[in-house]
Ligand binder design. Structure first.
Ligand code: GDP
Length: 302
């Protein structure tokens, strides 16, 4: 896995420090957790997790830590880390049955949503290759009629991974393209239709309106919000806006190989209640991995 450990370095260090502050004797109390919790809080804010998410997280850790019976032979510092770890896993959507999986469907219809430049078209191609490797036949659908380059890009990606791309140029309504694309997918008998959509530089009503129309036209099994891991604190607002507008089923976090501080990974679930299903870890078509909250938590905790 190439998700950079570096992005959580500070967090790992702070949690180590918190552990030292608590020490190995006595029990966890509101008093002896005060400084350690401050450490964790600071580290999360430095990792670009949004403030309300951090507040709720710290409160939960405190409640759980105070409410948990100390197990025989477990020192309070270890107990503290265990609670932090469990809460991190929960924060990132762990424990849910098969949360990372795509929803079933015949065919599966996967609607890609997100701002421009986040890696949406790349993620559509990556997902097609991922499904292809799982022996599923796919069709990609290009509906970004505002940027001819986006259609060309998807066609090129499709050619590179040998997956057909449905497009009708830039003169047809995107909703119509999506509808006919899905029809074509059914006609071809593919297992999955992946509909790429137009993004904007910022959340705007036209984009959301178009997404809503495409969504009601094709009734996707999954609506995946593509989020750039570099988004930082703004990720929380972004996820909320898209989830309110089109009720996403999950997210793909891209550019996790970059220098981001990782906060977005901790905000998606908390804000929307929806899981991160995949992470993008590079520009290549192969650079997509299912998201495992447990693994991410253990990487964060070092
Ligand atoms: P879109 O406008 O959202 O469709 O964005 P694109 O798919 O065109 O991607 C924008 C840029 O981000 C391109 O240069 C991609 O190669 C790059 N990109 C996409 N995903 C990743 C990723 O996971 N890691 C890295 N390093 N770059 C990525």
């Amino acid at each position: 896995c190439v998700v950079r450990a570096a992005m959580f370095d500070n967090l790992s260090r702070s949690i180590e420090k918190a552990q030292r502050l608590i020490g190995k004797t006595g029990t966890l109390t509101a008093e002896n957790m005060k400084e350690p919790l401050k450490e964790v809080r600071r580290a999360l804010l430095e990792a670009d997790v949004s403030l309300p998410v951090v507040r709720r997280f710290i409160k939960k850790v405190e409640e759980r830590a105070l409410g948990t019976k100390v197990l025989e032979g477990v020192t309070p510092d270890v107990q503290f880390i265990k609670v932090v770890s469990n809460e991190l896993i929960e924060l990132m959507g762990g424990g849910g049955p098969g949360a990372k999986d795509l929803e079933p469907g015949f065919p599966q219809i996967i609607l890609m949503a997100g701002l421009q430049g986040v890696g949406k078209t790349t993620a559509a191609g990556k997902l097609a290759l991922y499904l292809k490797k799982a022996k599923k036949r796919c069709l990609l659908v290009a509906t970004d009629v505002y940027r001819p380059a986006a259609i060309d890009q998807l066609v090129k990606l499709g050619t590179a991974i040998d997956v057909p791309v449905f497009e009708l140029g830039t003169q047809v309504d995107p909703v119509e393209i999506a509808r006919r694309g899905v029809e074509e997918g059914r006609r071809l008998g593919v297992d999955a239709v992946i509909v790429d959509t137009a993004g904007r530089l910022q959340v705007d009503e036209d984009m959301m309106g178009e997404l809503r129309s495409i969504k009601s036209a094709v009734r996707p099994s999954d609506t995946l919000l593509v989020v750039d891991a570099m988004t930082g604190q703004e990720a929380a607002n972004l996820v909320r806006a898209f989830n309110d507008a089109v009720d996403i089923s999950g997210a793909i976090l891209t550019k996790m190989d970059g220098d981001s501080r990782g906060g977005a990974a901790l905000s998606v679930r908390e804000v929307s209640g929806k899981p991160i299903k995949f992470v993008g870890v590079g520009e290549k078509m192969e650079a997509l991995e299912p998201f495992y909250p447990e693994r991410m938590a253990s990487r964060i905790l070092g």
